[in-house]
Design a protein around this ligand. Structure first.
Ligand SMILES: C[S@@+](CC[C@H](N)C(=O)[O-])C[C@H]1O[C@@H](n2cnc3c(N)ncnc32)[C@H](O)[C@@H]1O
Length: 278
């Protein structure tokens, strides 16, 4: 644990949810929405956001100051409760020694232990819930799955729990990879993960289902590659799409050779299920 964190206060001109998504993408450890137009975000150190142009995401930095380490994430974890997602999963975000009988209240659900290291990755974010719920409709049994941007590992674990034959994942953020490794042991589920982007896979692999919960601008450059990695009649689920961007993103997916076949929305987020055009 660092001795101190950075506490940044932003005034947000546009969509605060969208700005929050940008903060998560840039490694915030947690954030609070204050009123309609302010967001407070915590970072491990100033180096992690030194190069970010916040104005491009619609936010203006008002203050940036150190704050004492009181392990506020530990407090967050202790206050968190297991969360049932979709029809088949329950996610426990607490430290393993704190999680107890409560998760047993869902005997028919598969338990995933994902201690919150950041507040993302525990399934509490709408974009993760959306993709998990769509996965349940996909008949994953026996399929070869690719998880792009595996983060805490939550989608990879869910795919294995739903009976996938194999799960491969890529993730560009090294800190996430380390946390996901711990989660792998904690859950006794072992997807094959690679630290790197989609290009790290080269031409290896042919997948029946591709899972992508990444902001559209972050994945735009990988769409052709993803399309080529899909087996014939494979599907992909793209989540993490701000609903206000849906038309633009759907057009981009079609130009890259995907055909949208289903959509689902939750809060301000959309997920699109697509298949590769023949
Ligand atoms: C919104 S989080 C989703 C994490 C997790 N899959 C989930 O559903 O909760 C997006 C993750 O994708 C990673 N990421 C962003 N762009 C990526 C890219 N082009 N290739 C691989 N990973 C990427 C980020 O580092 C982050 O961990």
């Amino acid at each position: 644990m660092p001795d101190s964190y950075r506490r940044l206060v932003f005034r947000v001109g546009g969509d605060a949810e969208l700005f929050s998504a940008a903060l998560w993408e840039h490694g915030t450890l947690g954030l609070e929405l204050v009123g309609n137009d302010r967001v407070v975000a915590y970072f491990a150190d100033a180096a992690s956001y030194a190069d970010v142009a916040w104005s491009e995401w619609g936010g203006r930095l008002e203050t940036d100051a150190p704050c004492e380490s009181s392990d506020w994430m530990a407090a967050y974890r202790a206050a968190s409760r297991p969360l049932a997602i979709g029809r088949r999963l329950v996610v426990d975000p607490r430290e393993p020694e704190l999680s107890s009988d409560e998760a047993d209240n869902w005997p028919d659900r598969r338990l995933l232990r994902l201690p919150a290291r950041t507040a993302f990755g525990t399934g509490s974010h709408a974009s993760t819930r959306l993709i998990l719920e769509l996965m349940e409709e996909c008949d994953i049994e026996g399929k070869r799955v690719l998880d792009v941007g595996f983060g805490s590992g939550i989608l990879s674990f869910a795919a294995l729990a739903f009976g996938a034959r194999s799960v491969t994942g890529v993730e560009i953020d090294l800190e996430s990879v380390l946390v996901a490794e711990q989660n792998r042991r904690l859950n006794g589920l072992f997807p094959s993960w690679i630290a790197g982007g989609v290009s790290a896979l080269g031409d290896r692999g042919s997948f029946d289902l591709v899972l992508v919960n990444v902001l559209p601008e972050r994945i735009a450059g990988d769409l052709d590659r993803i399309r080529r990695l899909m087996a014939s009649s494979a599907r992909a689920i793209f989540s993490g799409i701000p609903t206000t961007w849906e038309r633009r993103v759907a057009g981009r997916l079609e130009r890259a050779g995907f055909r949208p076949i289903e959509r689902s929305t939750l809060e301000e987020w959309t997920a699109l299920v697509v298949e590769g055009q023949e």
